[in-house]
Design a protein around this ligand. Structure first.
Ligand code: FES
Ligand code: FES
Length: 163
C-alpha cells in the first residue's frame, strides 16, 4: 500500500521549500535527493559517523537520525550555506589552512559539529574540542589537525567579535 504523503516546509540555507514526503523519509534524503544539498554526505545511515551533521534550529543534528516530517517548520543550515558570498566561514578557512582533511568525507559534518561547539564554548581547549566532536568520526586524519583547525577558527572568531 502506498504511504500517505505529508507536506513539510523547511528553510534550508536561507531558502524556503515545501515538499510532499513520505512519513518515513529521512531528513538527509530530503536534503540530498530532493533539495540537491549533496554537500551533506551520508557515511553510515545509522547515527554513528556524524558525516550528515547539519544545524537544525541552531543546534547540530545528525540528519540521518531525523525524519523529514520532524523537521517541519525548521530552519536548517548545511555546510553549503556557511560561507558569506565569496567569503569562507572561519571554520572552513581554518580546516583548509590546517590541512584538517584528507578524503574530505567527514569534513562537512565536522565543520557543522564544530560550529555548534563554538557557539556553546567559544574558547575550547583541546580536550573540550575532542569531546565536542566525539560524535564525528574521521578515518583519515588522526584528528590532530582537526583539533588545531577548530582552535584556530575559535581564535579568529573571538578576534572578530572582540571577545
Ligand atoms: S550518516 Fe548520519 S551519522 Fe553517519
Ligand atoms: S578526512 Fe577522510 S574521513 Fe575525515
Amino acid at each position: 500500500m502506498a504511504q500517505r504523503k505529508m507536506t513539510v516546509t523547511v528553510t534550508v540555507d536561507g531558502v524556503r521549500y515545501e515538499e510532499e514526503v513520505e512519513p518515513r523519509l529521512l531528513l538527509v534524503h530530503l536534503l540530498r535527493d530532493r533539495l540537491g544539498k549533496t554537500g551533506t554526505p551520508i557515511g553510515c545511515d545509522t547515527g554513528n559517523c556524524g558525516a550528515c551533521t547539519v544545524m537544525l534550529d541552531g543546534r547540530s543534528a545528525k540528519s540521518c537520525s531525523v525524519l523529514a516530517v520532524q523537521a517541519d517548520g525548521s530552519e536548517i543550515l548545511t555546510v553549503e550555506g556557511l560561507a558569506s558570498g565569496d567569503e569562507w566561514h572561519p571554520l572552513q578557512r581554518a580546516f583548509h589552512e590546517e590541512h584538517a582533511l584528507q578524503c574530505g568525507y567527514c569534513t562537512p559534518g565536522m565543520i557543522m559539529a564544530s560550529l555548534d561547539l563554538l557557539q556553546v564554548n567559544p574558547d575550547p581547549d583541546d580536550t573540550e574540542i575532542r569531546e565536542g566532536l566525539e560524535g564525528n568520526l574521521c578515518r583519515c586524519t588522526g584528528y590532530a589537525n582537526i583539533v588545531r583547525a577548530v582552535r584556530r577558527a575559535a581564535a579568529e572568531s573571538r578576534e572578530v567579535s572582540g571577545a
